[in-house]
Design a protein around this ligand. Structure first.
Ligand SMILES: [Zn+2]
Length: 99
């Protein structure tokens, strides 16, 4: 029986495209995105020990295309600092072998 974090790791290693927390929730039947964000912070640390890395496509504003800097936590921001829009395109994640 795999743990939830192991299943997330496996999914992000095998996916061809970066996945958002929402997509991960759907695929693995996880109730809330905040659980996924918290898990991803742990996954990000644990894959480093296996010569892999978590790649993050940062969140961006759907209105003005402002690109958020990668944050300390993987959680999506709620508002654009530039145009104050709340239409935020969520960050997406992928695990790849470290080069
Ligand atoms: Zn904006």
């Amino acid at each position: 029986m795999q743990t939830r974090r192991e299943r997330i790791t496996e999914l992000l290693e095998s996916t061809a495209f970066p996945m958002t927390a929402e997509e991960i929730c759907e695929r693995l039947d996880i109730k809330s995105r905040s659980i996924v964000y918290e898990d991803i912070d742990h996954v990000s640390k644990s894959v480093k020990r296996r010569e892999k890395e978590l790649l993050i496509r940062p969140a961006s504003c759907g209105k003005c295309q402002f690109a958020f800097k990668p944050r300390k936590t993987s959680k999506a921001p709620s508002k654009c600092p530039k145009c104050r829009s709340q239409w935020i395109l969520a960050p997406a994640f992928l695990i790849r072998q470290r080069k």
